[in-house]
Ligand binder design. Structure first.
Ligand code: SAH
Ligand code: SF4
Length: 384
């Protein structure tokens, strides 16, 4: 059995764990200060804990961290990070500066089980869900030790790899840690969770009362088209999804964001815009239009700028708040999951090549070559 990871735990769990180790409750607050505010992962460096307690803890717990494998920066300032997990899996996190905002786009799973046809993360299916610690550590990476979050980033969106509500426990626990005073102390108003519409979990998510913002990937205005591009529409069709959205608890002035990936000749017509206006009737919402980010091997295309403009204008003229979220970081190419995808492809190619031509003693050099050959990566804007 692996040791429990302190970054997976709530304060009360840590207090219970310390009680078992014979330590008083205030030591839990000290531990949190070390692992979140100072970002220390080595228990032996936690100098205000008594030496015998450090020893006892060392036998019972540990603190995980992520390994940065690769980083790419786009001309527009967008940065993409590929992190290695302890079991060798890889995830991506993106930092998107836009005006006075700096948004971190975090992953919640390795891969995704939902299978949307236009999404690169869907290819290869779900490998596993992330632990809360693995979600929180993505954010911690951007928070310099000792600095307040406001100094380093302004917003967090759960729009990276994976379906947050398919990793319900991991996502909820991570949000509790991110927003707790003893954790990272981030305002829930600065956090947005995006879902493809896992309705049964959406209700539970509302009941969890986390006070974060909700985004829903609608992406179509008829069940026929939505089922074609998002298989989750079969169990949870549009009417069911929107009923759950209407019932979702919102604070005053809080609105649900509906994301709408525009696919040429699939969901980008004026008839779609008209239906979208009708569907949104009575919902406190705003619309984020995401012109499709083209991906090799995926049979969809991005509509022309004129079509996107027309679609947005129709929504605006009919009283909806509608924004176009242009893909960011196009020069490092763009769609969450791509960096990991390309890394895996490169690995397969290298593995084949090495099996064919390299004696095992030379494999290590192959590893090195793989790390240096940086394929282009892509990402879309995850901002609100
Ligand atoms: N699984 C969650 C969150 C991650 S996906 C969800 O689906 O909401 C975040 C957003 O990226 C979704 O709105 C999705 O529709 C969109 N997206 C996925 N692939 C895209 C692509 N190739 N181009 C543009 N947007 C894409
Ligand atoms: Fe999963 Fe979201 Fe991609 Fe759909 S769009 S496959 S839910 S990550």
């Amino acid at each position: 059995m692996p040791l429990p990871d302190l970054r997976d735990l709530l304060l009360q769990d840590m207090t219970a764990l310390l009680a078992e180790a014979g330590a008083p409750a205030f030591r839990a607050t000290q531990l949190c200060h070390w692992i979140y505010k100072r970002q220390v992962t080595d228990l032996q460096q936690m100098s205000d804990l008594p030496e015998p307690l450090r020893q006892r803890l060392q036998e019972r717990v540990y603190v995980s961290s992520l390994t940065l494998l690769r980083q790419q920066q786009s001309a527009d300032g967008t940065e993409k990070f590929l992190f290695g997990l302890e079991d060798g899996n890889q995830i991506e996190t993106v930092l998107i500066p836009a005006g006075d905002k700096r948004t971190i786009c975090v992953s919640t799973q390795v891969g995704c089980a939902i299978g949307c046809r236009f999404c690169l993360t869907a290819q290869g299916g779900l490998v596993r869900s992330l632990r809360p610690a693995e979600i929180v550590s993505q954010v911690l990476y951007f928070q310099a030790p000792g600095k307040t979050p406001e100094r380093t980033f302004t917003n967090i969106v759960f729009m990276g790899m994976g379906e947050p509500l398919d990793n319900f426990q991991g996502t909820v626990q991570a949000i509790r840690i991110l927003t707790a005073e003893w954790g990272l102390g981030i305002s829930p108003r600065r956090i947005t969770v995006s879902t493809s519409g896992l309705v049964r979990r959406l209700e539970a998510f509302g009941r969890a009362d986390l006070k974060v913002n909700l985004a829903v990937s609608l992406n179509a205005t008829t069940d026929a088209v939505r089922t074609q591009i998002m298989p989750i529409n079969k169990p949870y069709p549009i009417a069911t999804l929107l009923a759950a959205c209407r019932a979702f608890p919102l604070a005053m002035r809080q609105r649900i964001t509906f994301e709408y990936v525009l696919l040429r000749d699939v969901n980008d017509t004026l008839a779609d815009a008209r239906r979208l206006v009708k569907l949104m009737h009575g919902l406190r919402c705003k619309i984020n239009l995401l012109p499709f980010n083209e991906i090799p091997g995926v049979p969809y295309h991005r509509p022309s700028e004129a079509t996107v403009q027309q679609f947005q204008n129709y929504l605006l003229q009919h009283g909806l708040s509608a924004f176009v979220r242009q893909s960011r970081g196009r020069d490092i190419s763009a769609a969450c999951g791509q960096l990991r995808f390309e890394e895996r492809t490169a690995q397969r190619l290298t593995d084949h090549a090495s099996q064919a031509t390299m004696p095992s003693a030379l494999m290590a050099q192959g590893e090195q070559a793989r790390a240096i050959a940086g394929p282009a990566a892509t990402l879309r804007e995850g901002g609100q």
